[in-house]
Design a protein around this ligand. Structure first.
Ligand code: FES
Ligand code: FES
Length: 157
């Protein structure tokens, strides 16, 4: 079947099997390989994207369920060559090692900071508790999200 997907502001017409996962369509059909796939059953959070502004695990969605929604993947965060503050903060705070978990954590954090512009470290830890990272020990990730909150706060004030 043919569906329309709107991803990072771009409309795509794609031909999919009804049972195809959204994560597979993003990666294999649209070549948006920034969305990583780890567990493929909703545990690791690596495949997190935003659907209509809310974080979803794209490995738990069928592509057909996303038709008509606004999707945002990690490729949609930067504005041209200008990184999103969350990306700058991860860069500056060395908040990644292998980077496998990073896209999912960035998308989770972007939504979290919209809802909690002045988070405590405890709230940050809670927010990313569904995103598994095997490398960093999380400390630098929490530092980066805290720093991004300050950067975004300065940008809007
Ligand atoms: S790949 Fe989707 S939650 Fe792990
Ligand atoms: S940086 Fe390697 S899994 Fe998080």
């Amino acid at each position: 079947m043919t569906i329309q997907l709107k991803v990072n502001g771009n409309a795509h017409t794609v031909s999919v099997e009804p049972r195809m996962l959204l994560s597979d369509v993003l990666r294999d059909e649209l070549r948006l390989t920034g969305t990583h796939v780890g567990c493929e059953h909703g545990i690791c959070g690596a495949c997190t994207i935003l659907m209509d502004g809310r974080p979803v695990r794209s490995c738990l969605q069928l592509a057909v369920q996303a038709a008509g929604s606004e999707l945002c993947t990690v490729e949609g965060l930067a504005d041209g060559s200008e990184l999103h503050p969350i990306q700058t903060a991860f860069w500056e705070h060395h908040a990644l090692q292998c980077g496998f978990c990073t896209p999912g954590i960035l998308m989770t954090a972007v939504h979290f900071l919209k809802e909690h512009p002045h988070p405590t470290r405890e709230e940050i830890r809670e927010a990313i508790s569904g995103n598994l990272c095997r490398c960093t020990g999380y400390q630098n990730i929490v530092d980066a999200i805290e720093a991004a909150a300050t950067m975004i706060d300065k940008d809007v004030s």
